[in-house]
Design a protein around this ligand. Structure first.
Ligand code: KIV
Ligand code: ZN
Length: 526
């Protein structure tokens, strides 16, 4: 069976989209999951975009051993030098060079003639080739480029040493028939095409990213660029889970396979959503809560008689557990550890100890602990997004007074570096009062408040509340999460974590200490 390479760009195309910024710890966590999932190539970032991006690409290159690691670079020597500097220690480094080839982009964005673009593409692929044998070239906005010119550029890139040619549908404009025909045309009519791997990179503006990627594969592409949960510019990219499960579920038609361990899909999706402070829409294919739910009587009857009546893939195949076992305060460490193992968690002894400690605390407040609770506890105790920033503010205690006929008042005591500070504030409701009291102590820099989400982990009024707060400053987002059966406590912890992250970013970039403000990040669309 022929292999389709999975090129994951969650950490580049995904991360550069609004509300999806990740810090270094989180990017490493995602890269590790991608490695475990067995993706072939990780696009770790756009190294020249900012010093932070450079550092994360380099750290991922240093730490990931089982995947190719690449950085994006424009057709400019400085970009390529920086990309190489960042990926050169990878087990299998790649440089990904791109330049736009559509009339609109060449005239208005690049202000270059087609001949100049052709010359630059060749020269910069040759330049990158001096560093690295593994070179990917992308003619940006390929699907709106003149086909004959596009083929000349692709031929030039191949002649100069590109080993993978990626065809991006940058603005999600194309249709499946067109995508398939385009790949077939290029493969059939460009000199040297038989010696390189063709790739597709589809955006989802018209909701056709997965269909277009699959069509590209049917046309002969053997690499697909995609992201976890379909994150990415505007409406996003082809989602990894959709394209991988489409190739697998319709192997009868594609005759192809990927190397992905699909049982990691659920975990990868959840981790990425946790980091960016979102949850999957209920009906999202593969990873939404309802993706495998059968609500109507007719469907339930069919599924009970034979699962295949309404199920084209099993929940287990994407790592969704359907046997909801309930644990409680009499369950021991061994039972909890075993259940976690069955749920697919591989924890170190220390992580299991921390999770078991939290499990016992939750048991005091909640009678039955479901798999969803257990999953939330592990995520809370092991995911980077829940962790405290070193030296940050921590909640000592809070006291709240609220009613439907008085203004809410909250007193908060916070601890930082062994010192305790307390303040009191009024607010339009208890959360506003608590956040005002926190602001009075922390005095954070100006920020917008973009997301405040509370969701319950399981059913029942004693459920764990999972709170996400996202604040925005310096053109990036800072997310904090809090988990507790007391939603006020969870809300306070979530806000503190988001603020701690913003403060730690400021420290790192010398902001508020008379230093430089951080350089604006360059994005691939600039
Ligand atoms: O959408 C696009 O064209 C891209 C390229 C830089 C590959 O992301
Ligand atoms: Zn893109």
């Amino acid at each position: 069976m022929e292999h389709v390479r999975i090129f994951d760009t969650t950490l580049r195309d995904g991360e550069q989209s609004p509300g999806c910024s990740m810090n270094l710890k989180e990017k490493i966590e995602v890269a590790k999951i991608l490695e475990k999932m067995k993706v072939d190539i990780i696009e770790a970032g756009f190294a020249i975009a900012s010093p932070g991006d450079f550092e994360s690409v380099r750290t991922i290159a240093d730490n990931i051993k089982e995947c190719t690691v690449t950085s994006l670079a424009r057709c400019a020597e400085k970009d390529i030098d920086t990309a190489w500097e960042a990926v050169k220690t990878a087990a299998d480094p790649r440089i990904h060079v791109f330049i736009a080839t559509s009339p609109l982009h060449m005239e208005y964005k690049l202000k270059l003639s087609p001949e100049q673009v052709l010359e630059k593409a060749g020269a910069m692929v040759s330049y990158a080739k001096k560093y690295c044998s593994n070179i990917e070239f992308s003619p940006e906005d390929a699907t709106r480029s003149e086909p004959e010119f596009l083929k000349r550029v692709v031929a030039k890139a191949i002649e100069c040493g590109a080993t993978t040619i990626n065809i991006p549908d940058t603005v999600g404009y194309t249709t499946p028939d067109e995508m398939r025909a385009l790949i077939e045309d290029i493969k059939g009519n460009v000199k040297g095409a038989e010696d390189v791997i063709f790739s597709v990179h589809c955006h989802n503006d018209l909701g056709m990213a997965t269909a277009n990627a699959l069509a590209g594969v049917l046309g002969g592409a053997r690499q697909v660029e995609c992201t976890i949960n379909g994150l990415g510019e505007r409406a996003g990219n082809t989602s990894l889970e959709e394209i991988v499960m489409a190739i697998r579920t319709r192997q009868d038609m594609t005759g192809l396979s990927t190397g992905i361990d699909t049982t990691m899909i659920h975990r990868a999706s959840k981790t990425v959503y946790d980091i960016i402070g979102q949850t999957a829409p209920l009906n999202k294919p593969i990873v939404g809560k309802n993706a495998f739910a059968h609500e109507s009587g007719i469907h339930q009857h069919g599924v009970l008689a034979n699962k295949k009546t309404y199920e084209i893939m099993t929940p287990e195949s994407v790592g969704v557990n359907v046997n909801n076992l309930v644990l409680g305060k009499h369950s021991g460490r061994h039972a909890v550890g075993q259940r976690l193992e069955e749920l697919g968690f591989v924890l170190t002894k220390e992580e299991l100890d921390r999770c078991f400690e939290e499990f016992k605390i939750v048991c005091d407040k909640k009678k039955n602990i479901t798999d969803a609770d257990l999953e939330a506890i592990v995520t809370h105790k092991t995911n980077a997004v829940y962790q405290d920033e070193e030296g940050g503010y921590k909640l000592d205690w809070f006291q709240m007074s609220t009613s439907n006929f008085t203004t809410a008042t909250c007193t908060v005591s916070l601890e930082k570096d062994g010192e305790k500070v307390e303040d009191v504030a009024l607010g339009d409701g208890p959360i506003d009062a608590a956040y005002n009291a926190i602001d009075a102590i922390v005095k954070p820099s100006e920020h917008s408040f973009d997301i405040f989400n509370i969701h319950s982990i399981s059913e029942g009024k004693d459920t764990l509340g999972d709170v996400t707060v996202q604040v925005n400053a310096y053109d990036r987002s800072f997310t904090g999460r809090g988990l507790s059966t007391d939603i006020m406590e969870a809300s306070i912890n979530a806000y503190l974590k988001a603020l701690n992250r913003m403060i730690s970013y400021e420290k790192k970039h010398g902001i508020n200490e008379g230093g430089e403000s951080p350089a604006k990040r360059i994005s691939a669309k600039d």
